[in-house]
Ligand binder design. Structure first.
Ligand SMILES: Cc1ncc(COP(=O)(O)O)c(C=O)c1O
Length: 405
């Protein structure tokens, strides 16, 4: 495991006050992110908000560059929006789903994404198909292939993808450490000619992202989780392929297009056609700084350290009588979920918070398919990041061991 660099903790004001193992909720921001946000708010207060935005134009532009670099993309491919859900929904809204069209997904896609598919089923007659899982957990790529073939993708019926209009996959779900095989699925989607949307919300900042290897049309994310940016801001990667297809969201805002004559509009040439005009500019700057900082510390080694801390935590928790570690899958991310017999996860969160240990709870309705399969109503979720120490992980284990007794 890569060693702790003391600078990471010196850079993170929150490290001196809490044991923060809730990075899958919202990470502690580095000082430089905090400063980027507050400095802009201060400028807005003294200069006027529109004027401050004009003055910060080069830094705002640079924020797109940092996010793009983090994904192996170009600034023209980045749309900045309020959060990961909005980013995902803007991508979904680029498809004119017709009755009978299939959205192919997994059994572990994020709750709000599943709700959106069900909403599209109700409103547009879309069919939602979920690929089967492997016995060890995680989607079975062969099942995705089979469902594409069954839908007519191979025979070329109704466009190359057959009835499947979209493959949508959550890279790392919210309620477990599962890492889905997103690169393999991207290859399958490309071969079938089916657009591919990846929810990278719990991956960005922990797992290296290269959109060329993912072969995705879209990737959505937030700033606040493993990327360590502020709350209330997210982004959507829009591929050149999607831009060239002329994709745009169902409802356009004046930032996404120019109103050129009474009945006509011209789309923004780049991913900004997925944005809204109004922004929290301070948060855009915070997002940009978080991406720059992540590039500086290196996503590859720091992510490895986060996953190793999580792996150690799983081993320690599994040794506590009454604790059942719930994460399944070939590869696991820095999200650890555990059921503690006789204790509801929300109660444990409150108890631990009194001891200045931050973790979170995942409830059954955050992931009904997975949680029902595991037969749990709620799970405690601990999500270390690279700035956490072994001692902090042990403090959580000790606290839970006392509680589980
Ligand atoms: C996998 C995943 N996708 C999407 C989201 C939604 O992110 P946001 O709250 O920024 O919309 C979350 C939030 O927990 C998540 O875990």
């Amino acid at each position: 495991m890569p060693d702790l660099d003391p600078r990471w903790r010196q850079d993170t004001p929150g490290c001196s006050s809490v044991i923060h193992l809730n990075n899958a909720g919202a990470s502690l921001v580095p000082q430089s992110v905090l400063r980027a946000v507050t400095a802009h708010l201060e400028r807005e207060a003294v200069q006027g908000a529109y004027e401050a935005a004009d003055a910060a134009a080069p830094e705002l532009e640079a924020a797109y560059g940092h996010v793009a670099r983090l994904l192996g993309a170009h600034p023209r491919n980045i749309a900045i929006v309020e959060n990961a859900t909005v980013a995902f929904f803007q991508a979904l809204a680029a498809f004119d789903f017709q009755p009978g069209d299939v959205i192919l997904t997994t059994r572990n896609d994020y709750v709000s994404n599943q709700l959106a598919y069900l909403s599209l089923a109700k409103r547009r007659g879309v069919q939602v198909e979920r690929a089967a899982d492997l016995p060890e957990g995680g989607v079975d790529p062969q099942s995705v292939r089979d469902l594409l073939r069954a839908s007519g993708a191979a025979s070329g019926a109704k466009g190359r993808g057959g009835r499947v209009r979209l493959l949508a996959v959550t890279w790392v779900p919210t309620n477990s450490g599962l890492i889905q095989p997103v690169e393999a699925l991207g290859q399958i989607a490309e071969e079938a000619g089916v657009p591919y949307l990846v929810d990278g919300c719990q991956a960005v900042g922990e797992l290296p992202v290269d959109v060329a290897r993912l072969r995705c049309d879209y990737l959505s994310s937030t700033a606040r989780k493993f990327l360590r940016g502020p709350r209330g801001i997210g982004f959507l990667y829009v591929s050149d392929r999607a831009l060239a297809r002329g994709d745009f969201p169902l409802l356009l805002d004046m930032r996404g297009a120019d109103w050129t004559s009474a009945d006509a509009f011209a789309l923004a040439p780049d991913a900004r056609r997925f944005e809204n005009w109004e922004f929290a500019h301070s948060l855009v700057l915070g997002l940009g700084e978080a991406a720059r900082y992540a590039l500086e510390v290196g996503v590859e080694p720091t992510g490895l350290r986060a996953r190793q801390l999580a792996a150690d935590l799983r081993v320690r928790l599994a040794a506590i009588p009454g604790c059942r570690v719930l994460d399944r899958g070939r590869e696991l991310a820095a999200i650890v979920t555990v059921e503690v017999a006789g204790h509801s996860a929300p109660d444990l969160v409150k108890l631990l918070r009194k001891q200045r240990i931050n973790v979170n709870a995942s409830l059954r309705d955050y992931a009904v398919i997975d949680m029902d399969q595991k037969q749990v109503q709620s799970a405690l979720r601990a999500s270390p990041h690279y700035y956490n120490t072994d001692e902090e992980v042990c403090a959580l284990v000790d606290a839970l061991a006392k509680t589980a007794l």
